[in-house]
Design a binder for this molecule. Sequence first.
Ligand code: IVH
Length: 673
Amino acid sequence: MNLEQARQRVHSLRQIINQHNYRYYVLDDPTISDAEYDKLLRELLDLETEFPQLMEPNSPTQRVGVKPVSALKEVAHIVPMLSLANAFDEAEMQAFYKRIRDKLSVDSIVFAGETKFDGLAVNLLYHDGMLVSAATRGDGYVGEDVTHNVRTISQVPLCLLGDAVPTSIEVRGEVVITHAGFEALNNKQREKGDKIFANPRNAAAGSLRQLDSRITAERPLSFFAYGIGDYKGRVELTSHTDILKQLKRWGLPVSTESIKLAGLDACLKYYDDIGKRRSELAYDIDGIVFKVDDVQQQQALGFVSRAPRWAIAYKFPPLEEITQVLDIDVQVGRTGAITPVARLSPVNVAGVTITNATLHNIDEIQRKDVRIGDWVYVRRAGDVIPEVVSVIKDRRGKVTEFVMPETCPVCGADVIRQDGEAVYRCMGGISCSAQNIQAIIHFASRKAMNIDGLGEKLVVQLTESGLINTVADLYLLDSTQLSGLDRMGTKSADNLLQALAKSKSTTFERFIYALGIRDVGEATARSLARRYDSIESIQKASIEELETIPDIGPIVAGNIHNFFQQKHNLEIIQQLLSKGMRWVPANTKESSVFNGMSFVLTGTLEKLTRDEAKQKLIDLGAKVTGTVSKKTNYVVFGDSPGSKYDKALELGIETLDESTFMHMLEKAEEQAS
Ligand code: IVH
């Protein structure tokens, strides 16, 4: 290939790669496999190595720097990055609404509603479509230059796509880490013996301020755009909704939850709807932002004390509160890990009374210096177990230090800390009833086999009465045995048997997760299910092979390998399979009527969460995307559907209400089973 041919190929490869990035990260609708994508990137990399004169700083191969920067420089924003006024209750929202309605002398106002991301604000500056700098918010006028780190975030385009790219634009948005990313990151940190992050926001902040972008590149940062600062361009942007649409066309990811809302009631309803789904969202949010949609109205309203009058953040109740540690004792987990637990003076955190919070392990107790009697911040995030975040040292009075017990409080076996591990473990193994009970509770839990009605109390009852010893025994239970238990009527017994029967048809990733292999959370279970199609193939995999899977390091690989070497574990798996446990394997997906179809979900569904609906569709071989296009087969709409519904009507795509959808889903599930 001569230089001219290489130039042309390099140019088109960059365009193709950028387009695929866009489909993957912005539209959530990739059209090629990861392997095909890697091949294109490799081809570009090879050409750039062979013809270094063709290298360009914004080539998709140039996301990670080769050496650290010496310090973070200061950068002035062209248009200051303002803050937002807050509302904490409905009365404050009403006051806000009245204020702007009076000021504009109109009856009703159209807002754009969107999630308030709990991450870090950044300002991306593009000149003629090229990313030239990225900075933190700083004091609103001058921020820190984090260009080298932001370039590593795959969702941030290095070159804007599409037509009429502006001469200059400041894109405002938030850098966040998703819950799944956070889990994977902390697993990796644990593997390496590195610092465990307290929450996604801290992890994102720490990652963004690294001097070495090679470290940042290893962190699962995401980005969402929510506005603009300076703008010099040809496209006229007359509303906030327009701005978001246009940003998306230029290749920037925007939240799929953004919506147009007419009047205050619609805003309040949206706040409630998202509030209910808060823990199901992929990332942390701390409120809803309402912005007057019309740019002219925004200008008429102007600003007060560094915040726009046309926008407000309606905050959700905080997930952190203050309370006192009454005692610290320990719990024995399913892998024998002894977890210190703080017994707390009861405190209400976002609507739930909390009396216990995990302290994770002895190192965490020492790092946070938590003592019995201390006043502490406790945090509850989504379904996660509440945890002690930090101690309020100024309030410390008489306190006592915690001492790790030398024997297991449940079975009396030795408690030992193995080399290189942060946790102490009970050496009792499956003969420790606490470990066994926890393993069964985990197996039945919502994200595992999802056995409705089988909670901690019942598991304890079943094991103590000798009806079950292992998870496989659950599937041998009959209604006479069950209805003989205390506080168990025939109806509850039947319900449980039904839930057990239902749980037999599952997905491979849930099954792997349910096995309770040490350090294999949902994300790792998913990676395993993607790589392997059967238990036998995981069982045969060597530690080295397992290590090639994303986010699996030597320790987790060792745990997985070890798990499948235990005869006892294999016997239980065999028993489960012989009881009819099965998952949707790749080949039965072919037979599903939904196979290969593309779905978009909008609005709130009553019977299922959106995540559940999505999972069911994926299990049936369908694709669920975030955008309605000509290729979409169905748009499923729930209560208060968003603009996707309008788009479906516009494009003539079939829409399904919830009951029609549920009906189709049930039929498809029946057929696939
Ligand atoms: S708009 C002029 N929209 O909230 C309006 N901010 O208190 C300026 N934030 O530092 C901000 N999600 O980090 C806006 N959807 C959203 C947001 C959002 C999170 C953060 C942002 C900013 C802070 C303002």
